[in-house]
Every structure is written in structure tokens, then in C-alpha cells.
Design a protein around this ligand. Structure first.
Ligand code: GLY
Length: 316
């Protein structure tokens, strides 16, 4: 069986994204896809491939994770991430990080080096120090662009979602954030040539969110889930994705009703409120699906035998 990989850079895409905002993100997706493809071609495990891809996206300030993480209402960052291995169902998650350069790798250490699944806030930061992962001063994440985004959201008195549903906002005046300034969560799913599945997701959350708010990304079964049927990483409005247990529902439909990955994912995304949810998924057989009920979703995929794809809006 051949390998397959899919990744997303968030469902935060307006209809008219100017080229200066679109191109660096497309380039970022392309580069991240190359990282994953080259790992899988060199026989890396699916778990290693998804971690490498998400680290690449976390290091790219054009996405809402790691370096590009958006700011809380008090101007600080609280990043979160999750990783899961499909065959073993081992998983790790972190929340409330303000100094860790690559939250996804800390999530993997929680999975591999602790008896637990999920560490948050002071405990997660202390664990990062204990493990010696790369950390920086919290000011590293407070970029000029992120301060502007926060100020726009505050001026409009909004918690700015990484994607703003059309029912709530259709233009800059409504959202308080300039079109093209909305950043998305990142995630990656892969199956390797041995049929092992894995998923990883990472985010800075929402602009102007309350301190301590936790979204769907680190919650196993909501934003992130993998088993022996499929691996899923979701993006969009965290509260809706949690309510709909998006990632686990796709796997459960496949397991209990024999639906294909595509049919299961379409059903789950259709069941979530319009304008809130997108996901990337891969099955043990190498099928890829990338549905969304938002205007667009930054995404990319490749298979061992197929043509690589980078896309934003619905495919024709
Ligand atoms: N989907 C990212 C969040 O709501 O935090």
C-alpha cells in the first residue's frame, strides 16, 4: 500500500484574498507538503511525518500556530497542540503554552514520556523546561501583525474566530479584522507505507479570546483523532467542533456503519453549523478527503501515486 498525506492551514479564508496574503500561505503549504512527502518517501513513520509537517507550519508566521499564534484579550499567547498515533491510540496534548517554540513536539513528549495525555498551563510549561525543548521569551510571539489583529478585534468588541462565519461577518467592517488577516489553525494527517495512521494539530486559538480558553485542537475526538480506520485533523470554530465531536464522529461512522472516509467526513461536516468547520482526513487504505463548510480552507495533499495538490477554495 502507498503512503498518503494531507494538511491544512486553517479554514480562515475570505472570498477575496489579495495575492500578497495568499501567496506566502500557498508557498508555506507547498513547503510543508514537501517536508511530509520527503519524510514518507524516506520511510519515516506517519507519526514522525505529521510532527515534522506541523513543526514546519508552526515556524511559519503566516499561520495561526507557533510563531504566528494570535493573541489573547490581554495581549499574551496561549498555544495548544495535539498528536495521536492511530494504531496504538496513544496521544498527547498541551494547552496554555506561552514560551514553547513547537507545541506539537511537546504534545508528543507528553504522549511518550508521561503516564498522562494532556498537560496545560504552568504544568505544561514546567514539563517543557524539564524536557529541555526550545523555549523563547513570550515576547517572541507578540508580533506587530498580531498586535494589530488584536486591536482590530478589540475595537470591534469581538472574539475573532480563525474563521468568521458569513452569518456573523461578511467584510472587514463586520469582523473588525481586515480581510486576509484571519489566520488558521494548522494540522496534518498521514498514512505510511505500512498502513500506520497519525494526526497532529496546533493552534494559537482565537484572537481576543479569554485567558484560559481551550479550543477543539487539543481535545482528542474533537479537533484531533486517529485510530486504525482513519486520521483526522479539524479546523474552524473550536466550540462547534467540540460540540459535534467532529474527528471522532468520522472514525465512528467508518467503524460502525462501514461508510467510506469521504462519506463519513461529508456527513459530519454537513452536520456542523454552516461556516464553522473543515477537516483533512486520510484512511488506512490511503484515501484522502478535505471537506469544509466554510468559504475556503488552506489545504494540500499528496499520495504515492497521485499528483500533489494545494488549494484554498472549493475545487471545481
Ligand atoms: N479551531 C481553533 C480554535 O477554535 O481554537
Amino acid at each position: 500500500m502507498g503512503w498518503a498525506i494531507a494538511l491544512h492551514g486553517g479554514a480562515g479564508v475570505p472570498k477575496n484574498l489579495p495575492p500578497e496574503r495568499r501567496k506566502p500561505r500557498e508557498e508555506g503549504l507547498r513547503r510543508a507538503l514537501e517536508v511530509g512527502v520527503s519524510a514518507l518517501k524516506s520511510h519515516a513513520s506517519a507519526l514522525d511525518a505529521v510532527e515534522l509537517v506541523v513543526r514546519e507550519l508552526e515556524n511559519n508566521p503566516h499561520f495561526n500556530a507557533g510563531k504566528g499564534s494570535v493573541l489573547n484579550s490581554n495581549g499574551s499567547v496561549e498555544m495548544e497542540a495535539c498528536i495521536m498515533d492511530g494504531n496504538t491510540k496513544n496521544c498527547g496534548a498541551v494547552s496554555g503554552l506561552s514560551t514553547v517554540v513547537n507545541p506539537v513536539s511537546l504534545a508528543r513528549l507528553v504522549m511518550e514520556k508521561t503516564p498522562h495525555i494532556y498537560l496545560g498551563f504552568a504544568g505544561a510549561e514546567a514539563f517543557a523546561r524539564e524536557q529541555g525543548v526550545e523555549t523563547v521569551d513570550p515576547s517572541h510571539f507578540i508580533t506587530k501583525e498580531n498586535i494589530e489583529r488584536l486591536n482590530h478585534a478589540k475595537d470591534a468588541n469581538r472574539v475573532q474566530l480563525d474563521y468568521t462565519p458569513p452569518s456573523q461577518a461578511t467584510n472587514e467592517k463586520d469582523t473588525g479584522v481586515p480581510e486576509g488577516d484571519k489566520l488558521g489553525t494548522v494540522g496534518c494527517v498521514a498514512v505510511d507505507s505500512h498502513g500506520n495512521l497519525a494526526t497532529a494539530t496546533s493552534t494559537g486559538g482565537l484572537v481576543n479570546k479569554m485567558i484560559g480558553r481551550i479550543g477543539d485542537t487539543p481535545i482528542i475526538g474533537a479537533g484531533t483523532y486517529a485510530n486504525s480506520f482513519c486520521a483526522i485533523s479539524a479546523t474552524g470554530v473550536g466550540e462547534e467542533i467540540i460540540r459535534c465531536t467532529v474527528a471522532r464522529d468520522v472514525a465512528a461512522l467508518m467503524e460502525y456503519t462501514n461508510l467510506s472516509l469521504k462519506d463519513a467526513a461529508d456527513q459530519v461536516v454537513k452536520g456542523a453549523s454552516e461556516g464553522t468547520t473543515g477537516l483533512v482526513g486520510v484512511s488506512a487504505g490511503g484515501e484522502i478527503t478535505m471537506p469544509f463548510n466554510t468559504i475556503g480552507m488552506f489545504r494540500a495533499c499528496a499520495t504515492e501515486d497521485g499528483v500533489p495538490e494545494v488549494a484554498i477554495w472549493p475545487s471545481l
